[in-house]
Write a protein that binds this ligand. Structure first.
Ligand code: FES
Length: 436
């Protein structure tokens, strides 16, 4: 029996390797739900998903169903989706608009800030019953940065500012691309499940080592998938064509860096995609709109984005190449839900935003050419980890080559190494053993 003491948990993580039980053990999974997903700051939604009063979406954070709703006073609210009477899920629709939230069971109704408005047949209420005591529960803490809403179910712990820290720059890198300085996540979603542990997807977003191999069919010498971006003429050039030789990973790609900061967050440096050289009628109109807002010099800076994939550990990833926000939700030890929100740049031509959404259909939908490669790797990993003859998985690439990076106040290493994943397991240990 696994009792979850810090001593026992610490034995699962060694320098450069992780015990396979971290991915397969149901007791550990239960502790992760309690100690990570009920403690850490978690992405809950983006204000653009609920533009009008009464707009709501429903989702889950770890095991907890939530309602993300715009209250009458205009404030975004994160409410637990559980009637305060006998507990049924209050809102069953994925999204909608409501002036009040009414439970299907006995008709109690709640305001958009969760306060209880009415109880059916109130004459039957007990003498001590007070409506004030029966509002919907809320996440203990909420934080917002440029429309990104995060919540923590723990009353204590690192503040939202401490949690986000240098990662604000990653959000800025994406949002500043919009001529109106705002993004919108209202273009629908891709949602899929894979048969593997949630950490496999989290690790993968900062794992550049797999790209030339797992995605060989799409990041070939012409980089065909990525050259489908609006106005782009060239791909990501992951693979070099060397005359008379076998194709190999390009030196440019090998030169990419990964970075880590506190709390398991990190990112990979941007690909050499020459954003400024992209050209099409829609992309040119976008550049014009951006320059009109921020000036030509700043536009040039914005069009040289610094970040490729960013991870806000443990449940949120931002991708700057095929722009989207990805949310990772564990369901069971070996089942994970992933939701992909396409990013629309407010103020960019509709045609360009539509092209980004179409590109995501090709790269990161459940039936895409890129994401499916990863999902198959996750499934096979989960199967392989059932083997008991070898208990450890290796994460040692680049150990000892980490460097302090003063520009970002981060630690950096070649993106072809595994520092970012090792950092995720330090955060995992922190939440599992130490976080209040
Ligand atoms: Fe919701 Fe009774 S359970 S009103």
């Amino acid at each position: 029996m696994f009792d979850g003491t810090p001593d026992e948990i610490s034995k699962l993580i060694e320098p450069g390797r992780v015990h396979r039980r971290v991915y397969t053990d149901e007791d550990i999974f239960e502790l992760e739900m309690e100690r990570i997903f009920n403690r850490a700051w978690m992405f809950a939604g983006h204000t653009s998903q609920i533009p009008n009063i009464g707009d709501y979406i429903t989702t889950d954070i770890g095991r907890q169903p939530i309602i993300f709703i715009r209250h009458k006073d205009g404030s975004p609210q994160v409410l637990l989706n559980r009637c305060a009477h006998r507990g049924p899920k209050l809102c069953n629709d994925p999204c909608g608009n409501a002036r009040a939230l009414t439970c299907l069971y006995h008709g109690w109704s709640y305001d958009t800030d969760g306060s209880l408005i009415d109880v059916a047949m109130p004459e039957g209420s007990a003498p001590h019953f007070d409506k004030k005591d029966f509002g919907l529960a809320k996440a203990a803490r909420m934080g917002e940065y440029r429309g990104f809403i995060f919540v923590s179910f723990a009353e204590k712990g690192a503040s939202f500012d401490e949690f986000l820290g240098p990662m604000k720059a990653n959000i800025d890198d994406l949002v500043d691309r919009a001529p109106e300085g705002a993004i919108s996540l209202d273009a629908g979603i891709h949602r899929y499940f894979f048969r593997g542990n949630w950490k496999l997807q989290v690790e993968n977003v900062l794992d550049s080592y797999h790209v030339p191999f797992s995605h060989a069919s799409t990041v070939n010498k012409k980089g065909e998938q990525f050259s489908r971006r609006e106005g782009d003429k060239e791909g990501a050039q992951v693979i070099d064509e060397k005359k008379g030789k076998k194709e190999s990973t390009s030196d440019v790609w090998k030169g990419r860096r990964s970075y880590v900061v506190d709390f398991g967050h990190g990112w990979t440096s941007n690909t050499e995609l020459k954003e400024g050289e992209r050209s099409s009628p829609a992309y040119d109109a976008y550049k014009e709109a951006l320059a009109a807002k921020v000036g030509h010099e700043r536009m040039e800076e914005i069009l040289a984005p610094e970040f490729h994939n960013s991870l806000l550990y443990p449940n949120c990833s931002i991708m700057g190449l095929n722009m989207h926000v990805r949310v990772i939700r564990p369901v069971t030890t070996d089942l994970t839900e992933v939701t992909v929100y396409p990013v629309k740049l407010v103020g960019a031509p509709d045609e360009m935003n539509a092209a980004n959404i179409r590109l995501l259909n090709v790269t990161h939908s459940a039936a895409s050419f890129v994401q499916t490669d990863d999902l198959e790797a996750f499934r096979r990993t989960q199967v392989g980890l059932q083997s008991v003859q070898s208990d450890w998985i290796d994460l040692s690439r680049g150990m000892g080559e980490e460097q302090a990076d003063s520009h970002y106040n981060a630690t950096s290493e070649s993106a072809m190494h595994e520092m970012a994943i090792r950092a995720q397991y330090q955060a995992w240990l922190y939440y599992m053993c130490e976080a209040a």
